[in-house]
Design a protein around this ligand. Structure first.
Ligand code: ZN
Length: 152
């Protein structure tokens, strides 16, 4: 990938999908016993929406670029943060939800990091690097929560 606008269009789709999935995960957490996780997932959804808005602003898009599904080139044919999300449902328990979220953050990070590592474009390299760093933070947050739950 060597085109900043094209990259941003991908980032927008990735973050939009991630936000939706986090909203689904928040909804799947029943309030009793999982209130904390429910709030956490809602916060992650807000981060994704924020990231989405930043990508829109960076691209100078007055509206989101219109891309057909076949216009995207994702590593595995689907937006990386949502690859494993088909299993989200209201019965999902907290550890499954966290495992899914962690997996998706790993994928998001790998996606941005791979672009930063391979692009020929210096501006895109810096931009993808910033996005990768944010995803790395999401991974760390999830790992911290998972660790604190297993320690309890
Ligand atoms: Zn993320």
């Amino acid at each position: 990938m060597n085109d900043v606008e094209r990259f941003l269009a991908h980032a927008i789709q990735l973050e939009r999908d991630a936000a939706r999935r986090y909203e689904e995960l928040a909804a799947a957490m029943q309030t009793d016993g999982n209130a904390e996780l429910k709030a956490f997932f809602a916060r992650m959804a807000r981060f994704s929406r924020l990231h989405l808005a930043q990508a829109v602003a960076r691209g100078g898009f007055r509206e989101l670029p219109v891309m057909r599904p076949e216009d995207y080139d994702w590593p595995e044919g689907t937006s990386p943060e949502t690859a494993e999300w088909s299993g989200v449902d209201a019965q999902m328990d907290a550890s499954d939800a966290l495992r899914l979220a962690l997996d998706s953050e790993h994928r998001g990070h790998a996606y941005y990091a791979a672009i930063a590592a391979t692009t020929q474009d210096a501006e895109l390299c810096a931009l993808a690097g910033e996005f990768a760093a944010e995803e790395a933070q999401h991974v760390m947050e999830l790992e911290r929560i998972i660790a604190s739950r297993t320690a309890a």
